[in-house]
Design a protein around this ligand. Structure first.
Ligand SMILES: Nc1ncnc2c1ncn2[C@@H]1O[C@H](COP(=O)(O)OP(=O)(O)OP(=O)(O)O)[C@@H](O)[C@H]1O
Ligand SMILES: [Mg+2]
Length: 296
């Protein structure tokens, strides 16, 4: 569904240039539900904006659903945003119109698509579990319910790809869990590919694959040992003790040129701190890094 190769984004402002993405590689399969994590400023929103066609990469390759986004003209970009992607933001002021009801909010994008709208809008609100609240104004709904309205809107154009930037950022843990459950249900029932950007490692742990971005590059991938559904079933069967076990295996990401980011902290060890050179040796099928030998 998504293929980014050596993706670069440079923001130019009056007096400086910020390199927000510096050669990022990432692939997402059709039908996947995955998360992107990373520190503030690491380039997560920048990446999501490129994927959503809201901004253009400076260099690299970007394919979504088989389409080459870098080759798009204005018209193709509008069609892409209208037909292929849906977007959910953390701050639902960007998604919603406060003085309209839930139903009117969802009707609007359906209307723009030119479909018979009321029935479809009700269908979408039912899909996000809000069938009973559609007459309420936004101000009469809780934060989690408002976010579900936002998700219904993002689904209005029947996108193949749903992008969510910190969708649970302003929700408490319990409500975040419910929103994540909703994403999981939509992913399973509609087969829609979902990419969630989050700060929250606990939330990220509940999806099967997590990609970590550091300084505008993918640095690691965490892949589940067993699917989340299987784990829940197992935990139900056993008692809570085994919940302590780490659920994901962490991999560092090796790029095509053979570069790799060593996980933060590893290089604090003695011998690695004092030099920017390491000796790389192949021993019995393993690649081993040794600190540079210091001259006596
Ligand atoms: N429009 C812009 N103009 C100039 N610089 C920008 C712009 N948008 C983002 N940046 C810079 O690009 C870098 C990446 O920003 P980005 O918003 O992608 O980070 P992020 O990972 O989403 O962070 P957060 O977790 O805080 O949302 C930052 O250094 C940021 O200051
Ligand atoms: Mg961001």
């Amino acid at each position: 569904m998504i293929r980014c190769e050596e993706l670069v984004k440079i923001y130019k402002t009056a007096d400086l240039e910020v390199v927000a993405l510096q050669g990022l590689d990432m692939q997402v399969n059709d039908g996947e539900l995955m998360a992107i994590i990373g520190n503030s400023g690491s380039g997560k929103s920048t990446l999501l904006n490129m994927l959503g066609g809201l901004d253009k990469p400076s260099a690299g390759k970007l394919f979504v659903d088989g389409k080459d986004l870098l080759s798009f003209g204005e018209k193709e970009l509008v069609n892409y945003k209208r037909e292929t992607v849906g977007f959910v933001w953390q701050n639902n002021a960007r998604n919603l119109i406060p003085y309209l009801t839930a139903l009117e909010n969802v009707e609007l994008p359906v209307l723009l698509k030119g479909r018979r709208c009321r029935a479809r809008a009700i269908e979408l609100l039912e899909a996000v579990g809000l069938g009973h609240r559609f007459k309420n104004k936004l101000s009469e709904l809780s934060g989690g319910e408002q976010q579900r309205v936002a998700i219904a809107i993002a689904l209005a154009n029947e996108p193949r790809l749903l992008l969510a930037d910190e969708p649970t950022g302003s929700l408490d843990t319990k409500t975040s869990d419910q929103v994540l459950d909703l994403f999981r249900t939509l992913n399973q029932t509609m087969g829609i590919t979902i990419v969630i950007v989050t700060h929250d490692p606990l939330l990220a742990r509940k999806v099967d694959r997590v990609v970590q971005i550091r300084d505008g590059k993918t640095s690691a991938e965490m892949i589940r040992r067993e699917s989340y559904a299987d784990e829940l079933a197992r935990l139900d069967a056993e008692d809570a003790m085994s919940g302590q076990q780490e659920s994901h295996i962490e991999y560092a990401v090796l790029d095509k040129a053979g570069r790799l980011q060593i996980p933060a902290g590893y290089l604090d060890a003695d011998g690695f701190k004092d030099s920017n050179k390491v000796r790389v040796e192949m021993e019995e099928g393993r690649i081993i890094l040794y600190p540079q030998e210091m001259m006596p």
